[in-house]
Each structure stands twice: as structure tokens, then as C-alpha cells.
Design a protein around this ligand. Structure first.
Ligand code: SF4
Ligand code: SF4
Length: 332
């Protein structure tokens, strides 16, 4: 039987050792039900999750809740929403207690005197034209001014099918702003015409993502194995979907057989009591889900399956490193 040490040379083994020390236990938190945008295709609003429960307004309850999450073993709080920056006191309740990542649309700048090294991920849905169609405004024009040169910020660029063949101009603008970028694909939750993937488009975008990684290695935080997984939905001959997804809220996970999954993962609503099914919305069809973090986690929880060959294990290491960089567990 293959073992990690039998498959890796010294350099890869050192890389493996660095990440194997990390014991990441993440959960996701809706900080608020409100947002200063209404993007077409936002899973949160399109699935009415913002109406699931009224949000908790008492900051002391948020603080007590984060303490209990820490006691539950969570060591990475991923803040989403709605728009978390609308309630910075809630963001601070997490940041003071736990390693915290804050997803934002970037329209409001996180004050760095209050959150000096919190990792910020800015959502971006394409170029100016796509952003106006899908989000009602060119958010990059504002977010890039707010965060230019910030060492703890990256763009989470959700590539739409209309972007195929055109992503370099955006990556170049991000590089020029002195920021990093991570790539994922639009799931088109609201079925906006012209924004659905075909096999051919997915093949093309995979090639383009690979080229971008080669051309902008200091800007693009990614890996070719991740590009393969997210564009094909295939890993070692297995298909991504409900039966394999690792990012299902643990107390709601009654799948049999139980797949490899994120330990203790919960996605909490902003009432601090309601749980959501998974890291995106319960109304999303798993067969078209392109969620980047769920695909990354799918690889990460399946280490043993990657002991098939040195190449497979190296692909696993690269995906793990990518995740660890994006959530500040290791430097860029
Ligand atoms: S900015 Fe984010 S939370 Fe707000 S509407 Fe757009 S996708 Fe949804
Ligand atoms: S929608 Fe995506 S993240 Fe949610 S359970 Fe289905 S595959 Fe997993």
C-alpha cells in the first residue's frame, strides 16, 4: 500500500508536513439578512434565506454565540450574509475570538485599524458589463479603490460563461491594484439567460484558468487540479453532488452511506439558532453546484483516495495549500 512518505520526495514531503499540521475546523455564519446590493443569481436572496429567521440584534448574544462556537471546536469563522460589513460590531465579535474570514462585495471598506489582519474576500462577478447586468453596478471600480495594495485581501472572482476568453483583462486589473485573486464559477441560481455553462464552455474556461495561473503566478491563487475538479465535477472517477458533498451542515446530515465530510461544519443563520443545509442554499440543485469552497473541501477531505500515485497526492497538497492560503493559515 502506498504511504505519504513513499510517494513524495523531500520537497513535497516538507510541503505536506506544513499543511498536515493544520487542523482546520470551519463553519459559516450569516452575519446579517441585509445587503447593499441585490445580485441576480445570489443564492442567499433567491432562496429566501434572508427570510428564514429574523436576525439577532443584541451584540452580547453574538459574543456569547462566538464563544460557544469556539468551545465547539471551530477554528475558522467564515462570515457571509447578506453583507457582513453592514454590521461591523458583529464582525468584531468573531474577529476578537477566532481566526476570521470576511466575504464582502467591497463597497464598504473594512477599517484596518479595527481589523488589521483579517482576511477579506471581495466578490467579483465578471467585467464591468457583466457586473452591471448581474449586480446593478460596476463594483470593481469601488472595491479596488477601497482595497488597493491591501496584503490581506483577495478577489473571489466568480467567472460567468460570458467571460470565457476574456478573463485576463480582469486579472490584470487586479494585479495592477496589487491584490490577489481566486477563481470560481457562477452557478446561475436564478437561471439568468446566457449565464449557464455548457461542456464546451467548461473545457475552454479550464484551459484559460490554467494559462492565467502560469501567466500570473503571484496574483492567481489557484491550482490546475482545482481547475480540473471544478470544471469537470469529477475527482478520481467520482462525480461531485449531494452524495459526495463535504459541506453539508453536520447535524442535518442524514446521508447514508456517509461520505467524507467537514467535521463539525455548520452554516448558521443570523438568528444564531437556525441552521442552513449547506454552504450555499438548500434550493440549489447539487448537480449544477459550482461552489468553489465545496469543491476544494471535497478534495481535502479525501486525502486517502489520493494516495493512488505521487501525481494525485501532489494535486491534493496543492489544493490544500490553496485553501490554507485563502484563509490565512499559511502565507501567500
Ligand atoms: S453582494 Fe453578495 S449577498 Fe449581496 S446580493 Fe450580491 S451575492 Fe448576495
Ligand atoms: S448545493 Fe452545492 S454545497 Fe450545497 S449540498 Fe449541494 S453540492 Fe453541496
Amino acid at each position: 500500500m502506498n504511504t505519504v512518505s513513499s510517494l513524495l520526495d523531500k520537497e513535497w514531503y516538507e510541503r505536506y508536513k506544513r499543511i498536515s499540521r493544520l487542523n482546520i475546523r470551519s463553519s459559516i455564519y450569516d452575519v446579517t439578512n441585509q445587503c447593499n446590493l441585490r445580485c441576480r443569481g445570489c443564492f442567499f436572496f433567491s432562496s429566501d434565506e434572508h427570510k428564514a429567521a429574523p436576525e439577532e440584534m443584541d451584540i452580547r448574544k453574538w459574543e456569547a454565540f462566538v464563544d460557544s462556537e469556539k468551545a465547539r471546536g471551530v477554528n475558522l469563522a467564515i462570515l457571509i450574509g447578506g453583507e457582513p460589513t453592514l454590521y461591523l460590531d458583529r464582525v468584531a465579535a468573531f474577529y476578537k475570538r477566532l481566526p476570521t474570514y470576511c466575504a464582502t462585495n467591497g463597497l464598504i471598506k473594512v477599517p484596518r485599524d479595527r481589523f488589521p489582519d483579517m482576511m477579506v474576500g471581495i466578490s467579483l462577478w465578471g467585467d464591468e458589463e457583466d457586473e452591471k447586468v448581474l449586480r446593478g453596478k460596476d463594483t470593481f471600480a469601488i472595491s479596488s479603490k477601497n482595497y488597493a495594495g491591501d496584503p490581506d485581501t483577495y478577489y473571489l472572482y466568480t467567472i460567468t460563461p460570458k467571460q470565457v476568453g476574456r478573463i485576463e483583462s480582469i486579472i490584470k486589473r487586479i494585479a495592477d491594484a496589487g491584490l490577489k485573486v481566486h477563481l470560481q464559477l457562477l452557478s446561475n441560481d436564478e437561471g439568468v439567460e446566457g449565464f449557464s455553462w455548457t461542456d464546451e464552455l467548461l473545457r475552454d474556461i479550464r484551459d484559460e484558468m490554467d494559462v492565467m495561473l502560469d501567466r500570473y503566478p503571484n496574483t492567481v491563487i489557484s491550482s490546475k487540479y482545482y481547475h480540473e475538479i471544478i470544471t469537470t465535477g469529477q475527482m478520481l472517477g467520482r462525480s461531485f453532488g449531494w452524495n459526495e458533498c463535504p459541506s453539508v451542515t453536520e447535524p442535518m446530515d442524514r446521508r447514508k452511506p456517509q461520505p467524507k465530510r467537514l467535521i463539525r461544519f455548520i452554516r448558521w443563520a443570523a438568528d444564531l439558532n437556525t441552521m442552513h443545509r449547506c454552504c450555499t442554499s438548500a434550493t440549489r440543485d447539487c448537480s449544477i453546484c459550482k461552489d468553489g469552497a465545496a469543491h476544494m473541501s471535497w478534495v481535502m477531505v479525501n486525502k486517502r483516495a489520493h494516495l493512488r500515485s505521487a501525481k494525485d497526492l501532489q494535486g491534493w497538497i496543492e489544493v490544500y495549500e490553496m485553501f490554507a492560503k485563502l484563509y490565512r493559515f499559511i502565507p501567500w
